[in-house]
Design a protein around this ligand. Sequence first.
Ligand code: MN
Length: 736
Amino acid sequence: MATLREQIATNVLTVTRFRDLMKRMQANRPADDLELVKKAYDYSLHVHTGQSRASGEPYLVHPLEVALVLAEMKMDPIAVAAGLLHDSVEDTSVTIVDIRKEFGEQVAHIVEGVTKISKIDFATKEEQQAENLRKMMLAMVDDIRVVMIKLADRLHNMRTLEHLAPDRQQKIAKETLEIYGPIAHRLGMGKIRGELEDLGFKYLDPIAYEQVKQAVESHRKVGEAFLSRVEGVVRDKLKEAGITAKVESRTKRFYSIHKKLVRQRINVDQVYDLYAMRIITRSVQDCYAVLGIIHNVWRPVPGRIKDFIAMPRPNFYQSLHTSVITEDGTPFEVQIRTEEMHKMAEEGIAAHWKYKDGAVSAQDEQRLAWLRQVVEWQRDVSDPNEFLSTLKIDLYPEEVYIFTPKGKVVVLPRDSTPIDFAYSVHTEVGHTCVGAKVNGRMVPLRHKLHSGDIVEIMTQPGHKPSRDWLAIVKSSRSRNKIKHWLNIHQRERAIEIGRKLIEKEARKYRIPLKELKEEEFLRIASDYGLGRPDDLMAGIGYGKYSARQVLAKLSPAAGQALPEQEEAKETESAVTSVVRRVFGGDHNAITVKGSGDLLVYRARCCNPIRGEGIVGYVTRGKGVAVHAVSCPNVVNLMYEPERRIDVSWAKDESTPNAYPVKLTVFCDDRYGMLKLITGVIGDAKSNIRNIEARTANSQAVVDIILDISDLKHLETIINGLRKIPGVRDVQRLQKI
Ligand code: MN
């Protein structure tokens, strides 16, 4: 029992917060009866008395803060009451039965769901992690308020993470970035997601966080002056046009800046667009009018205009995006949306909270449908790792927008193929898909689709999915459909093959098959630890057991070698192109398809090395710039397809080239680390041109420029570095 002094201290700290909570509830939901919330507060105060958090504060502060977050999301009294009680079952002697008796079925049900999720340990090994995620998904589908409370709980825990030990911080931060941030994103809750991710980033990768923060800080003065100037211009122009709109600008979120650095493989000094402007209008019509005005003032960056109003993202995010470049060459991003769209972008599923009325909006219903779908998919997936990777793909959607010939929009993950598209139309269309036309032109099935493509699928009745498809599809829907089909049909086929092999073998040794009774096969099956003769046949069909050996168990006559069975393998006919040797620059290494002798050089933005996928771009007057296929500039450059040219690495390797490549090694700061790193590089016979190290918080970042002969050479070195104990990651920076 707590002392009176402790109780008073708790009261002083919490009574004001509780008053804030009630005020917020009254303001947001004036019609609601708050008796339940009051009762939950008293109950929570009572059961948590004497407990304190790692920060030394009374424990009650935590459920109160969680309830406040929920109240800010305009959640109903049931959810807020459940928020106040969310840790009572886990951390006190209270049981679910007690909660049910005091607060009714709904509150108890939600608290039970939250308690179940809290017991999940996401840091365990992969299989268990997948199983845990599955449980969490199930709890969410059950009542979405469970996940709202869990998100609010995680938000407050992240806000107070400084009080925990470093290893706990890392674990919780990782889990936040991998699971809770993406879930908030899928539910359209941009505001919570942003805060969760920035906090997660801060604890998981303190060096990178500091770098981004410092870069932003160092630009702050210039940045603020810049923003107030462009804001002024925008306001004047809007006024001229008679449009009323809110103009706000901000520095982008640290984590989103960081992700951009990683994605584009650039240093923080190379990031330019740290700023984003948001214009919030009164109508959709005004959104497009404002876009026109902005493009009239500044030059838009090609390929960066995105109309998420006409084509909302899968989480129903709507907005117009564009990037423009000012007269002095500074690029910045502009987002244009209505008040309503803004609210949806910030609050997502919580924006239209109507649970109390029993009516969930159509969009919210679709958001929940995503969750249900995920839960359903996992039923087809027996391998937990498969489920986990499936889920990770679905939690991080980077999507493309594809059109059917009739103009219907289909949203697919980035790098999706016509097969993905076919499966999104209908499972049967996927299974029987034999070819595709993209924008009227035939393409191979492995072709990567781009936003705006019009895709037409050609089917052939009776055609079957191929195992090879698994390597090229991107959406988990198609992956699961193909796997499912293969599992069923390949087994059937294997059984058939198994039987045929046994028959063939039996004929060879003149063993009448009639004499081979089902019971005997059953006996042999159980010898192999199998349940049914079909399992045995499938095993033979798959080549796991030999038909001869099985038959030998039946009849000692079988004793000779069996001809090996061969399965037909589907291969694509390779179209070889005429390749011409060219002269100039990197001519020894790269050949260009086409006529005329062209000067080639490796693009400075990505510095491709031998062995990497490359693509050529005909520049004006400078010859052919050769980019890595993975280079982020490629997408923008290939905006003009007629300037694209096929290039390949020359077969002739008699003049080996050494290319400078820049690597960044993220590792622990400890004795001998540098020696181990240079050891790996030396062993791989590479020269170091430059090496620099920075350290903070007993972690280090080492930048190395070294000579690399080809991709294989680079991979050897990267793999070697990754094996050094204490090395967390090795990244290649495209730009040197
Ligand atoms: Mn909690």
